[in-house]
Design a protein around this ligand. Structure first.
Ligand code: CP
Length: 320
């Protein structure tokens, strides 16, 4: 967890950050998902950023969904989004994350950052008096997972006991976030991936430890046909994450047996839903018949970024 006591707004407060999916406990995850349902039902009902207060949203990498959903969500809650491109700021070689945070925390209510290394986020959050939110790093994409779990909950009800199969790059930020977030929710997460693209052992160990206390389970293997059997949710993500473009040809060869297609979906539960965080490469990690077919919930998933992140900010700001 990343809690810290700080002097802020004239008092001693606990600042919470959201850098990885296991920064929140099972009860806190459930609380945030319940808040997401509340803000979805009453979009302009909660205005913790009234003032308006500003939230800095920083991008080292390109984005459509994350940029728009944070900007709209901050505005919905009475605040002003300040979208910063790293290339046009002093961050990114010219100024450290720690010094950037010391400047920003005096002016903004929260810092949202899409970056490369998790260590940069850790540095940004250390001793910082306002919440820092990971908007995607090389290791994790926890905001996406709040939206995905919210989508699954909307369609299935209880998360606990739900079987999820992620087929593709097991070492990707999405797969690693799926491990931690599903374990936290008491779900059964199965990762189907080539052995050389397995999740990091420490992330699997952390997910295992959480699952032991929530009733969930964690399975990592190489056979997608076996691991998808009876799954209630089938998920994949691009085979060529940002920064891996030079490896595309080799990756397509390696990951082709892990494509989510109609044959794979037929082995899942008959009511299984398909999720993908987008953007998608149709014909590669997923075929068109699945992503644009009746089992796909990708557009609800995409919209739910807005509601889930508003819930997260609301929850974090209540403590800031
Ligand atoms: N899923 C996701 O993070 O989308 P963007 O890269 O468009 O923000």
């Amino acid at each position: 967890l990343h809690p810290q006591w700080n002097w802020n707004r004239g008092g001693l407060v606990m600042t919470r950050h959201f850098l990885r999916d296991d920064d929140i406990s099972p009860a806190e995850q459930a609380e945030i998902l319940a808040l997401a349902a509340e803000v979805k039902a009453d979009r302009f009902g909660r205005r913790p950023l009234e003032g308006p207060e500003t939230v800095a949203v920083i991008f080292d990498k390109s984005s459509t969904r994350t940029r728009v959903s944070f900007a709209v969500g901050i505005a919905d809650m009475g605040g002003t989004p300040l979208i910063i491109s790293t290339a046009s700021s002093q961050l990114g070689g010219k100024e450290t994350p720690a010094d950037t945070a010391r400047v920003l925390e005096r002016m903004v209510a929260a810092i949202v950052w899409r970056t490369y290394g998790q260590d940069g986020l850790e540095e940004m959050a250390k001793d910082t008096t306002v919440p820092v939110i990971n908007a995607l790093s090389d290791d994790f994409h926890p905001c996406q997972l709040l939206a995905d779990l919210f989508t699954i909950q909307e369609k299935r009800g209880d998360l606990a006991g739900t079987v999820v199969c992620f087929s593709g790059d097991g070492g990707s930020n999405m797969a690693q976030s799926y491990l931690l977030a599903c374990a936290t929710a008491g779900m059964h997460i199965r990762i189907a991936c080539p052995e050389e693209f397995s999740p990091r052992p420490d992330v699997v160990a952390d997910a295992d430890a959480i699952a032991a206390s929530t009733g969930g389970s964690v399975t990592v293997g190489t056979n997608p046909d076996e691991l998808v059997s009876g799954a209630h949710v089938v998920v994949t993500d691009t085979w060529v994450s940002m920064g891996k473009e030079a490896e595309k040809v080799e990756r397509v060869k390696t990951f082709t047996p892990y494509q989510v297609n109609q044959a794979l979906m037929a082995k899942a539960d008959p009511e299984a839903m398909f999720l993908h965080c987008l953007p998608a490469d149709r014909g590669f990690e997923v075929d068109q018949a699945v992503i644009d077919g009746p089992q796909s919930a990708i557009w609800d998933e995409s919209e739910n970024r807005l509601h889930a992140q508003k819930a997260l900010m609301l929850w974090l700001l209540q403590r800031a």
